[in-house]
Design a protein around this ligand. Structure first.
Ligand code: FES
Ligand code: MG
Length: 578
């Protein structure tokens, strides 16, 4: 351990506990009120365990036990641990969308750290937005941190069939709408699709984001792949506790880890795993907090050249995260990509990414494919431009039927989700498989909160005829477990007057994936006329957090952080001095 950088008197917590003055007397006496003697906490790294647990966060139900494992590690290494609960942001229940609260968690994380005597933190998250929320806040707070991923849940199971989070819910729901599934089967699927603690076990947003955190160098090697209920996950908890204490002494702060190289590594890994489209927004937001100006076009470039090698649903064909772990996990995947990564990047281990990957091995090369035999040669993600999306839009080419890669069809436009829902349930709706379904006012400000509505349901009239995919466009996001020919994150969003707001039912829309174009075939004079007539819709929240959110959230291509939380926004008061 390199303890040369910091002495006990240099600890941040020493400013609370060391001085012989009245304030510090108060702090010390209150620690004694908690039952601690001075030798428990003085001159020791104080580690905050930021746990995003709640009784409604189904993916984090093992956190109370895991906090104990982390504490155990901290104590072993000579630190002092305190649990500091942070906003749970559960994906399963939060309405209108958990994305509304990612930035709230980021603010809370930053302020919990800034205002308390913490020398380092272990961040415990995993359910979709908790990973970026915790990481964004901790980057801004700037103390040493380790991210401990919740770990995926076990494979789903019903009647001998393996079930994948999200993906199979959509799939069987369409079958139920088509009248192919009984009530009894539906109940069986309901009980079997999520059957242990842990995050969604497809390569959805949760697994992509925890892989990204590890690839950024913010987790201990291998942490993101261990299933939540595996005893290895407990051991990973105590390892995080031991390591964060060392990191404090080494003064290994996030700015030494989150460089351009780390962000590029994470983006490459995201593409190779199949990359939830949500990852784009979160990775841009995290990178910008770290002062790295990651752009949509950088991601498109990586998407073009990075083969998809994780054969995990929904982009991959057969497997789930449990299989991915048994096949060697993220370290094995990164080992395959070694030539495309900057292996000199520093990580929380105090060693380089290359050193962390030494000895990693693939145990099943159908789950983690070699670069020579990928699931797809390119195409985890593509960024489109055109007169419908001048600031970009994203699509997952690998998750959509190739017949939509070049497509022209008439738009069927909806201004709200309820309006769309009513229409798609109408069995007599006048719609063909060539139509392009469009939903707007579902972006960062319009939702507000950028809901996951982007996998617009296929109209019942088409489902009954056997159709399961069609071209869909929105300024919304979609779940990382979704699939189909869905163009998402159209920027600028329609709510702020982006060109999507000018599209009318019947206009011809053209997608040309190879050339990365998305256009409406409407001439400029007509668009100018429509623009002059356009009126901005009313906001849904005129008080409270929603009011603040819709006035300060940035557009999708900027990462949807609050403008005032971005690192270059302005002066920070810095450390508390009284
Ligand atoms: Fe928590 Fe999917 S609902 S990760
Ligand atoms: Mg999700």
């Amino acid at each position: 351990m390199d303890t040369s950088k910091k002495k006990p008197e240099d600890l941040r917590s020493a400013r609370w506990f060391a001085p012989d003055d009245l304030r510090s007397f108060g702090h010390r006496s209150r620690m004694m009120q908690l039952g601690y003697a001075e030798e428990d906490f003085r001159d020791k790294p104080v580690i905050g365990i930021l746990s995003t647990w709640s009784e409604l966060n189904t993916c984090h139900s093992h956190f109370p036990e895991r906090v104990k494992d982390v504490k155990h590690g901290v104590l072993q290494a000579g630190g002092f641990a305190v649990e500091m609960p942070a906003l749970s942001v559960d994906e399963s229940f939060t309405k209108p969308t958990s994305m509304l609260y990612r930035n709230m968690l980021a603010m809370e994380t930053e302020e919990i750290i800034r205002s308390h005597p913490l020398d380092g933190v272990v961040l415990m998250g995993g359910c979709d937005k908790t990973t970026p929320g915790l990481v964004m806040g901790a980057i801004s707070a700037g103390v040493p941190m380790i991210f401990l991923p919740a770990g995926p849940m076990l494979r789903g199971n019903y009647a001998g069939k393996i079930l994948g989070s999200g993906s199979d819910a959509w799939k069987y729901w369409d079958e139920r709408r088509a009248g192919n599934i009984t009530d009894e089967e539906w109940l069986g699927i309901q009980g079997g699709i999520a059957r242990s603690a842990g995050t969604c076990m497809t390569m959805g947003t949760a697994s992509t984001m925890t892989a990204i955190a590890e690839a950024l160098g913010l987790s201990l090697p291998g942490a993101s792949s261990i299933p939540a209920v595996d005893s290895g996950h407990q051991r990973m908890g105590s390892a995080c506790g031991r390591r964060i204490v060392e990191m404090v002494w080494e003064d290994l702060t996030p700015d030494r880890i989150l460089t351009d190289a780390a962000v590029n590594n994470a983006a490459t890994v995201a593409m190779a795993t199949g990359c939830s489209t949500n990852a784009v927004v979160h990775l841009i937001a995290m990178a910008r907090r770290a002062g790295v100006d990651l752009k949509l076009d950088d991601l498109d470039e990586l998407g073009r050249v990075t083969p998809l090698v994780a054969n995990v649903r929904p982009a991959g064909k057969n497997y789930l995260m449990e299989d991915f772990y048994y096949a060697g996990g993220l370290r094995a995947l990164m080992k395959q990509l070694e030539d495309r990564l900057d292996c000199s990047a520093m990580t929380v281990t105090g060693r380089s990414m290359g050193e962390n990957l030494e000895g990693a091995e693939v145990f099943n090369d159908d789950v983690i494919r070699p670069l020579s035999n990928p699931v797809y040669h390119e195409g985890s993600l593509a960024v489109l431009r055109g007169n419908l999306c001048p600031d970009g839009a994203v699509i997952k080419p690998a998750a959509c039927d190739p017949r939509f890669h070049v497509h022209e069809g008439p738009a069927l436009v909806f201004d709200s989700y309820p309006e769309m829902k009513k229409a798609i349930d109408d069995e007599n709706l006048d719609v063909t498989p060539d139509h392009v379904l469009v939903l707007r006012n579902a972006g960062p400000q319009g939702g507000p909160g950028f809901p996951e509505w982007g996998m617009l349901p296929i109209p019942k009239a088409l489902i009954k005829k056997g159709h399961r995919d069609m071209l869909r466009i929105s300024d919304a996001r979609m779940s990382g477990t979704s699939y189909g020919a869905c163009v998402l994150h159209v920027a600028p969003e329609s709510f702020v007057g982006g060109p999507l707001a000018l599209l009318k039912t019947g206009d011809i829309v053209r997608l040309d994936l190879a050339n990365r174009r998305l256009d409406m075939l409407v001439d400029d004079a007509e668009l100018d006329r429509r623009r002059a007539e356009w009126k901005s819709p009313e906001r849904r929240f005129e008080r409270g957090y929603g009011y603040m959110f819709s006035r300060h959230v940035t557009q999708a291509d900027q990462g949807c952080d609050f403008d005032f939380l971005q690192t270059d926004f302005g002066h920070t008061a810095g450390e508390p001095d009284i």
